[in-house]
Ligand binder design. Structure first.
Ligand SMILES: Cc1cc2nc3c(=O)[nH]c(=O)nc-3n(C[C@H](O)[C@H](O)[C@H](O)COP(=O)(O)OP(=O)(O)OC[C@H]3O[C@@H](n4cnc5c(N)ncnc54)[C@H](O)[C@@H]3O)c2cc1C
Length: 414
């Protein structure tokens, strides 16, 4: 019989499920995963907007994007597999080597008219988190649960008890989960929130600092006709600004589950300087991405939007579109063409949008092995520990980091 207290993994998302599977293969310690969301039933569906229409597997968190801006809803996964159960399937950076065969490059047969138009404007097929089905690390964890190797508490951790610089118990509304080692994998907004709710800020200064995301501007493309296609997004374009900032343009075949007559064309700044924070006031938890806080990011985004205007008004897009819309009030792209730099900067500040690529809110509080400095049995393995937001779609770097931390930890817990 194993007499160790369990390893407790908090959050069964992209990183948490990778951590659980890796640890299960390396150690004999019992493992408890605390994850409030269910397993997704959509892993065979190609169109990710269908997944997003299922409100059981995600939630939203109110956050501000720019200093002084109004709060907007950030889509946060709440599912076994986390973001990997609902993501847009795009994998624009290096595929994690140990997932070879579970991802593949998109082809012409995968994309629709929006993707084809972007291909003629220097776009390329993206790699997809898909090969005969979605890569969802929650499925491997579900097998470990079925085999009895891992147990799951289907609830959210509200706070951690600690004493003498060690975590002792993770509390949910219904259970107190004791453990020997605790690994936080609740994502870049919720991992720091759990730490702040646990009043750890005195022992661990810097919780929540450094939050990043990819600033993004999106145009709506009102399509002339509706044409069948396979994936909601499969074509991207990488480019650089005159100052070397990196951009990613993505073509979406529709705007949402409901609206097939509108495509989307978005551009993101992949390597922003600006950083925000997650923090706690006397009444609530807050987060602010503080996007476009530096002149360098504002100039890069201005170039990004000028490039997007040029793409959206190109012959390839004019052929498939009645009109290109720049906001929900129905203003056309011509309004932007005429703007001088100062007016365009102001418009961008007001219209910068959210993608669910939050990272880096805990990068300053962990050592190389993911251990929280000053707390001997608390680790973090999720998007919050990335040094900066990746210059690619983020799930790849999250998986690589989570696997590296779990391997190093697992070798010490035999
Ligand atoms: C709509 C959407 C589209 C995306 N598209 C792409 C894409 O195309 N390509 C790409 O590479 N990346 C994409 N991403 C980003 C990618 O999914 C994330 O970067 C990645 O999932 C982050 O991993 P994580 O483990 O840090 O957090 P998550 O995967 O978000 O996992 C966090 C988990 O913690 C759980 N949790 C939260 N609070 C608690 C608590 N208190 N107690 C216990 N558990 C808790 C949540 O339920 C969730 O399952 C997308 C994300 C979203 C939401």
């Amino acid at each position: 019989m194993n007499t160790h207290l369990p390893i407790v993994v908090i959050g069964g998302g992209t990183a948490g499920c990778t951590v659980v599977s890796t640890l299960a293969s390396l150690t004999s310690f019992p493992i408890v995963l605390v994850e409030p969301g269910p397993i997704s039933q959509h892993d065979d569906d190609e169109k990710f907007f269908d997944h997003l229409s299922n409100e059981q597997i995600h939630t939203t968190i109110e956050t501000t994007l720019v200093d002084g801006g109004i709060e907007k809803p950030y889509v946060q996964a709440r599912s076994l597999g986390g973001g990997s159960a609902i993501n847009g399937l795009l994998l624009t950076g290096e595929a994690p080597p140990f997932l070879e065969g579970l991802t593949r490059m998109a082809t012409d047969a995968d994309c629709g008219q929006m993707g084809k138009a972007l291909l003629t404007e220097s776009g390329r097929h993206s790699r997809l988190w898909w090969n005969g089905g979605r890569w969802n690390p929650g499925r491997a964890v579900q097998h470990l649960v079925d085999e009895g190797r891992v147990s799951v508490v289907t609830d959210a951790v509200s706070y951690l008890d600690h004493s003498q610089r060690k975590i002792t118990v993770a509390h949910t509304a219904s259970e107190a989960v004791e453990g020997s080692v605790f690994i936080l994998s609740a994502g870049a907004l919720l991992t720091p929130s759990i730490m702040l709710h646990s009043s750890l800020e005195r022992s661990v200064p810097g919780i929540g600092d450094g939050l990043q995301n990819h600033p993004t501007v999106t145009f709506g493309v009102r399509l002339r006709e509706s044409i069948p296609y396979r994936f909601d997004a499969s074509v991207v374009r990488e480019s650089t600004t005159s100052s070397g900032a990196e951009l990613l343009t993505v073509a979406y075949e529709r705007a949402s589950f409901e609206d097939r007559s509108l495509g989307l064309l978005s551009v993101s700044l992949l390597n922003p300087d600006s950083r925000g924070a997650v923090w706690r006031s006397s009444t609530a938890m807050h987060s602010d991405f503080n996007m476009l806080a530096t002149l360098r990011d504002r100039v890069a985004m201005r170039e990004a939007v000028r490039e997007l205007i040029s793409t959206a008004t190109s012959e390839a897009f004019t052929k498939i579109a009645h009109e290109v819309l720049i906001d929900e009030e129905g203003h056309g792209v011509d309004d932007l063409v005429a703007m001088n730099n100062a007016s365009l900067d102001e418009w961008i500040y007001e219209h910068v949008a959210l993608v669910s690529h939050a990272t880096s809110s805990c990068h300053g509080i962990v050592d190389d092995g993911g251990m929280v400095r000053g707390i001997s049995n608390l680790y973090i393995a999720d998007a919050s520990i990335l040094q900066s937001v990746p210059s690619c779609t983020p799930a790849g770097p999250v998986v690589i980091e989570a696997s590296r931390i779990a391997r190093a930890l697992g070798e010490t817990l035999v």
